[in-house]
Design a protein around this ligand. Structure first.
Ligand SMILES: Nc1ncnc2c1ncn2[C@@H]1O[C@H](COP(=O)(O)OP(=O)(O)OP(=O)(O)O)[C@@H](O)[C@H]1O
Ligand SMILES: [Mg+2]
Length: 404
């Protein structure tokens, strides 16, 4: 009996067609596709965008890559009903520096991937990987990732730095896939704490995709920061932010949880119906506080509000940021003022944190033995390796007992 090799199933199941006018670009596409999977049938056709329909309708491929000028809507209008007519086909558009309008228009037409010229090998290969998952119906499998929200008790508590660097630490601490979603819709900047440029798509683009919002669309809208960490940034304008609806936020979180092991969100501090939806869907809510009175007062109010909203107390984890021993307010005093235990302290480390924030690089990459980096790894491991942390706590406890 022949036992099927699962890799055989992965191969040969997709047909790809490439259409365009520029011979050099077509040649590059062909060789990059062959490099990705030498067994995949690839058809290359030299033609303009206006001929796309006629050329593929007899035998639509699984993946269609169109090389276009992207100068305006005329060109895109030729693709108007392409994805409606062939819903199982993944359409990718390759063009030079698409404008924001072109991107939005393309998205509304159901074009899953926007590839930019000069084409990078990894960009194409990652897009093909998503197309393969989509064609095999693997996206949307029944993974249910853990949803984790970070919320600050007051402005400047460090919630964005912690949320983004925690997502990075999670993605590094075991073989998991993590999504960072910036739901500080009005002022979000979480992705810029880990990357030096703003990604192509925002929560508003995905939310406004008019009924086309599914796992594949979400997957192709995420910026791939590392192989195990994807991110979706906050809207670019206040106007776009106000248009995001609570039910769209819910769908984004749901889809992300189906496709990632952990979904980490920066919620900002705006308590509106979108934030509430995200809080309701969270398994863990990290509340960031610092040990000064204004923070503690606001934290008390926030905890009261969360209580009134009926959020389970076990979900709430109090994180004391910029903690330094010997201050006026001790952890014991904080715990009795708030009536909750502290989940984790994160030390104060101005120089290392400022340099991570200013460079837009994860702290773990630039100063992995910094106390803040180590604390972040510890928080991540409380979820990814809970037994290891319990073991450490036990040995610390016995050392402490023995030393008395
Ligand atoms: N543990 C830390 N040690 C030293 N500095 C820190 C620490 N955590 C955060 N910071 C500093 O605090 C600043 C504010 O952090 P961040 O932007 O994450 O706060 P925020 O709560 O998201 O603020 P906002 O309310 O404006 O969104 C950062 O620029 C960072 O340099
Ligand atoms: Mg912030």
């Amino acid at each position: 009996m022949r036992v099927e090799d699962p890799r055989d199933l992965e191969r040969n199941t997709m047909k790809t067609t490439v259409i365009g006018r520029n011979e050099n670009t077509l040649q590059t596409l062909r060789s990059l596709l062959e490099e990705w999977d030498g067994n995949m049938p690839v058809t290359v056709l030299t033609a303009g965008v206006d001929k796309v329909f006629a050329l593929i309708q007899a035998s639509p491929p699984d993946v269609l890559i169109i090389e276009a000028v992207c100068a305006g809507d005329d060109e895109l209008s030729h693709m108007d009903t392409l994805t409606e007519r062939f819903p199982n086909m993944t359409v990718m558009l390759l063009c030079k520096a698409p404008t924001a309008e072109v991107m939005q228009h393309a998205m509304r037409l159901g074009i899953r991937e926007l590839l930019t010229e000069p084409l990078k090998r990894t960009q194409l290969h990652e897009a093909m990987q998503r197309a393969r998952r989509r064609s095999q119906g693997r996206m949307g499998s029944h993974k249910v990732g853990r949803v984790m929200a970070w919320i600050g008790s007051k402005g400047g508590s460090g919630q964005t730095f912690l949320a983004s660097n925690f997502a990075y630490a999670l993605s590094r601490s075991s073989p998991v896939r993590v999504a960072l979603i910036d739901l500080d819709l009005q002022f979000g900047d979480a992705v810029l704490f880990l990357a030096d440029h703003q990604p192509q798509f925002t929560v508003a683009d995905v939310a406004g995709s008019q009924g086309r919002l599914d796992a594949a669309l979400l997957g192709s809208s995420m910026a791939h920061l590392t192989p195990s960490l994807d991110a979706l940034c906050a809207p670019e304008s206040l106007e776009a932010a106000t248009q995001v609806k609570p039910e769209e936020v819910e769908t984004i979180i749901q889809l992300a949880a189906q496709n990632y092991d952990y979904v980490v969100m920066d919620l900002g501090r705006n308590m509106d119906s979108r934030t509430l939806r995200a809080l309701d869907m969270s398994n863990d809510i990290f509340i960031v506080v610092q040990l000064t009175l204004p923070f503690i007062r606001d934290c008390k109010r926030l905890l009261e509000t969360l209580d009134v909203l009926g959020l389970a107390r076990e979900k709430l984890h109090l994180v004391v940021n910029r903690y330094e021993r010997g201050g006026d307010i001790t952890l014991d005093k904080l715990e009795s003022a708030l009536g909750r235990k502290v989940f984790q302290t994160i030390p104060n480390s101005y120089t290392a944190v400022a340099s991570s924030v200013n460079q837009g690089r994860p702290l773990l990459d630039i100063a992995k033995s910094d106390p803040v980096a180590r604390a972040l790894v510890q928080v991540a491991e409380r979820f990814t390796h809970p037994n290891k942390i319990k073991e450490q706590e036990r040995s610390l406890f016995s050392w402490f007992k023995g030393s008395r």
